[in-house]
Design a binder for this molecule. Sequence first.
Ligand SMILES: Cc1cc2nc3c(=O)[nH]c(=O)nc-3n(C[C@H](O)[C@H](O)[C@H](O)COP(=O)(O)O)c2cc1C
Length: 345
Amino acid sequence: MTASGQFPSASMPDPAALRLSVAPMMDWTDTHCRVFHRLLAPHARLYTEMVHANAVIHGDRSRLLAMDPVEHPVALQLGGSEPALLAQAAAIGAAHGFDEINLNCGCPSDRVQAGRFGACLMREPALVADSVAAMIAALADAPHAVPVTVKCRLGVDDDHDYGRFRGFVDTVADAGCRIFVVHARNAWLKGLSPKENREVPPLRYDWAWRLKRERPALRVIVNGGIAAAAEARAHLDHADGAMLGRAAYHDPYLLHSLDRAWFDGAEPLPRVDLLRALRPYAEAQLARGVALKHITRHVLGLFNNRPGGRRFRQILSERAHRPGADWRVVEEALAAAAGPRRAAA
Ligand SMILES: Cc1cc2nc3c(=O)[nH]c(=O)nc-3n(C[C@H](O)[C@H](O)[C@H](O)COP(=O)(O)O)c2cc1C
């Protein structure tokens, strides 16, 4: 199998299923967040926070791999660089029902660098290829087809060589990875915080688009800095999909609008209705002892840039952490945001 050749399609999702996805985000895309995003965007592909392979193997799986059945299709993102451990973790993820296993080759944090995984792996294509091959082999007997995918950058530090980036992709593709999420900027491993690493290194979407042109058999999903519907849509002319991170989290209605426009060709639904659709899930979680704040923290941006949006956020922030807080708090916030007449409707 070569990167430019044809691949068997056994574990390749339908191309339409890759058009829209929400990025893996540590501390943000937990199971409560993903359930909310699923209600907003029934067709989007969702990603977990990164979980290190060792944690999957030795840690508290009921917490680390928590996932609600409504989340599908959902990918488990793994961190790590030891093929045998990654393979074991991938098999555990598949057994838990995840639909895709994604390897993180883009995180630049110091902790990740010390562990020699994340973005450092951009400099070790052979190790990534070995890891991917081991994970694919471990998933061969999974009850459902589970693709192994990679999320990477364009390079690290001052590597500005398209050929090297494509060489990384080719090496990993030859090991069987067919889907690449490209956060279309370099990671600077020295001197920038992870937050700065999502903002300072310049975006180069043209590299991701060129990769798709030159390797049409691969699926290329573009990520990084996509903040508006028209920007997201533009990527579909050049690549297989757009992955949104911060914009989807801070402005969840954008995520909903994209899903409606791209998959149903329909007008977005009212925010109030979308939030109320979360009620059965929220109440089931409350009944299990989960505090309301763990769920509502992910919905704070729903009325962003709308009249009442600040009040909505404020009410939830102030009241959802109180002992005994229940769905009534959400209704109070809705009444403030949408006006009493709409919220009561
Ligand atoms: C709070 C936060 C946590 C993140 N955690 C991860 C992570 O666990 N794994 C990963 O691959 N990327 C992580 N990222 C990077 C995002 O997946 C994405 O690549 C980046 O934010 C650029 O996309 P955006 O501009 O649409 O936000 C994180 C980003 C944010 C804001």
